[in-house]
Write a protein that binds this ligand. Structure first.
Ligand code: ZN
Ligand code: ZN
Ligand code: ZN
Length: 345
């Protein structure tokens, strides 16, 4: 019997056993029935705005343009396109008054969870998820990400802004209304920091962005899913999750703040296409996605923003949890082949 491959991530010291023995195909995962989310009154649906705290950002239609506003105390805007609201149970909380770094870092192993935790309601339509969203609406979602990122990253105590999405109960979405979350932290999270460190080393040695190099190689290889004028999407060489894929801007950009207005539409189309294919291929699986980016000028030469999408088709058990080594039962090459050929609707 041939050996399985043990692959290392492009940049991280993270290892994955690509266990091809069972020869699993995407259709093997499609049989799982999505667990229904409990029905009831949805606090994110239009008409229930009073069930949430006041929104600090609301997109409203004004003639043919979009007007930005906010809720005030008891008053809630109706007929909104997008709403950004505070998370009711924030992991990181906004500071009261001015903060300095000493108030955040108490000691070497204790910091205060100062920051922000927000929910972005992506649409007034309950199930307008990216895989089936109108492109015009998805462009508004991207614009709202950029608006919040610009505001939060300017705060002196914020070192990182994580924008992510949980889809489906098994992926941690307790509410099924289309929404994303944004958490601003007073430190740079480990995975991003490790990616930065390795990318810096590569840049020093090769005078080139490691991510630009990865994109160039993957565009010509068996893991490419799709490529257009602005973006490339592929399954990473050492995919931790079955069907995992990453999306990169082809131009060297460091954060979502670099995405130009004319690029947002292609971004929305690319995102919808990939998530649509995943949905069709594996019966709307639960997934998480998260952006990796930098807002730091010092790292802008060698850090390149991207979106990582992690379908939740496997359960991490004893070996993964106790060792940090993962077993992936579908090769990224098989996943890419299926995602290349799949229809998105
Ligand atoms: Zn709803
Ligand atoms: Zn680059
Ligand atoms: Zn990354």
């Amino acid at each position: 019997m041939p050996f399985n491959e043990v692959r290392k991530d492009y940049l991280l010291d993270r290892w994955v056993v690509i266990a091809t023995g069972r020869g699993r195909r995407p259709t093997d995962f499609a049989k799982q029935q999505a667990q229904p989310v409990k029905a009831g009154v949805c606090p994110m649906c239009p008409g229930n705005e009073h069930m949430t705290p006041p929104a600090f950002l609301v997109y409203l239609r004004s003639d043919k343009r979009v007007k930005k506003s906010e809720d005030k105390d008891d008053q809630r805007h109706k007929d909104w396109l997008i709403r950004a609201i505070p998370n009711l149970y924030p992991a990181f909380s906004r500071p009261q008054g001015k903060v300095d770094s000493k108030q955040v870092c108490k000691s070497r192993n204790l910091a205060m969870a100062v920051g922000h935790h927000e929910v972005l309601v992506e649409s007034p339509i309950h199930d307008e998820h990216p895989a089936n969203a109108r492109i015009t609406q998805l462009v508004l979602v991207i614009n709202a990400y950029v608006d919040r990122l610009r505001q939060l990253s300017a705060k002196p105590y914020v070192q990182y802004v994580s924008i992510f999405r949980n889809h489906g109960l098994e992926a941690g979405a307790s509410l099924s209304h289309a929404h994303s979350q944004i958490i601003a932290t007073p430190f740079v999270p480990t995975i991003v920091k490790e990616e930065m460190k390795a990318a810096k080393k590569f840049w020093k040695e090769k005078k080139k962005c490691a991510f630009c190099d990865i994109i160039e190689k993957e565009s010509k290889g068996p893991r490419l899913i799709l490529e257009n004028s602005k973006f490339a999407v592929f399954t990473p060489y050492a995919s931790v999750n079955p069907m995992e894929f990453w999306m990169f801007p082809k131009n060297h950009q460091t954060s979502l703040l670099d995405v130009r207005e004319d690029e947002a539409e292609t971004f929305a189309e690319t995102l919808k296409e990939c998530l649509g294919r995943l949905k069709c291929l594996v019966n709307d699986p639960p997934y998480n996605f998260g952006f990796h980016m930098t807002m730091n000028k010092e790292t802008s030469d060698y850090y390149h923003w991207h979106l990582e999408v992690y379908p939740k088709l496997a359960t991490w058990a004893g070996f993964e949890k106790s060792t940090g080594v993962y077993i992936n039962t579908m090769t990224p090459e098989t996943a890419a082949e299926s995602l290349r050929e799949a229809s998105s609707h």
